[in-house]
Design a protein around this ligand. Structure first.
Ligand SMILES: [Zn+2]
Length: 324
């Protein structure tokens, strides 16, 4: 008889992750571990005894606790208890991207953003933007208007609401985050370090003008964001085009040294006032230093929780206007 491969089938991994609500369920001094970076462990029977992939004899754990389990830290009864207690953990799933770089090239749809702090704004409110930490390294921010609870990223810390998650996939390397929702929506972030231009072109065959990709300095780190939401007006997927508004598309474009890459805006007085604030950065930012300060000031205004409320309000206004 041939042995099954060491890596369990995808469906088994999904079942194991779902069972513990996408958190490591190992008991710790303060409750449970909670790490979202899950791997797997065979215990009943262990892999060395039988090469099997039966979910009832396996458990999803973070790498640290999987190593401890491999070394016999837990009894089978304790692991079964972790499986049961994990199922009751309905807190949001939270993690952090550790990829800190001085420069990040962003990809939305098939479009490339270089040295552009705000990739996308909606009615004058940044929804995808970069900030720098005290070491000057770039941090990713993402807060897309949506009526359903969705994933947000604030300064590289991501939060996934448990609401209608079907699946959260974030392997221990913390290089990717993929969230699938029960209605078919997909949200995905991936970091990729390209060693050479050819490497980048191979990895992103449909993205941007190739001569521009070749012109970047290498090695270069890319972050791609995919958001395919059924209800959303704004969707982007690496293999497809970026659709900022119904009926409009932006594809294979290159945004470089912009304050705001793409600004989608309505004509309500609130939206126009916020747009005006956004435009001031352009108008008054005559030198790079002044521009940087104005951008920081503008983004500071949106770091508060207020931004989330304003975005929801803007969406609600849009919706009420678009009704016949
Ligand atoms: Zn753990």
């Amino acid at each position: 008889m041939t042995e099954p491969p060491r890596r369990p089938p995808a469906a088994v991994l999904t079942e194991l992750r779902r069972e513990v609500r996408f958190h490591c369920p190992a008991a710790t001094a303060s409750g449970s571990c909670g790490s979202p970076y899950l791997t797997w462990h065979h215990f009943d029977p262990p892999w060395r005894v039988e090469k099997h992939h039966r979910p009832e004899g396996m458990i999803a754990l973070c790498r640290e606790h999987a190593d401890k389990a491999d070394n016999g830290s837990y009894t089978d009864d304790q692991l079964r208890r972790f499986k049961r207690s994990g199922a009751l953990n309905e807190t949001e799933v939270r993690g952090r991207f550790e990829w800190m770089r001085r420069d990040l090239v962003a990809i939305l749809g098939s479009n490339v953003f270089v040295d552009t702090p705000v990739l996308l704004s909606f009615d004058g409110i940044p929804v995808i933007w970069f900030r720098r930490n005290e070491n000057g390294e770039v941090m990713v921010n993402y807060r897309m208007p949506s009526v359903s609870p969705r994933t947000t990223i604030i300064n590289n810390v991501w939060d996934v609401d448990q609401g209608d998650i079907d699946e959260v996939i974030c392997p221990p390397g913390a290089r990717t985050l993929e969230v699938r929702y029960t209605n078919g929506d997909i949200f995905k972030v991936e970091f990729y370090a390209a060693e050479t231009a050819e490497d980048a072109i191979r990895r992103f065959p449909r993205v941007g003008p190739r001569h521009k990709l070749r012109g970047l300095s290498y090695p270069s780190t890319f972050v791609t964001i995919t958001d395919v939401a059924q209800e959303g007006r704004i969707r982007f997927h690496e293999d497809r085009v970026f659709k900022p508004i119904q009926g409009h598309q932006i594809a294979s474009s290159w945004f470089e040294s912009c304050v705001v890459g793409i600004a989608v805006s309505g004509e309500s007085p609130e939206a126009l006032a916020r747009d005006e604030r956004q435009h001031r950065v352009w108008k008054e930012g005559r030198t790079p230093a002044v521009r940087q300060r104005l951008i920081e000031e503008w983004l500071d205004e949106f770091d508060a929780e207020r931004a989330a409320a304003e975005i929801q309000q803007a969406v609600a206004v849009r919706r009420s206007r678009s009704r016949p």
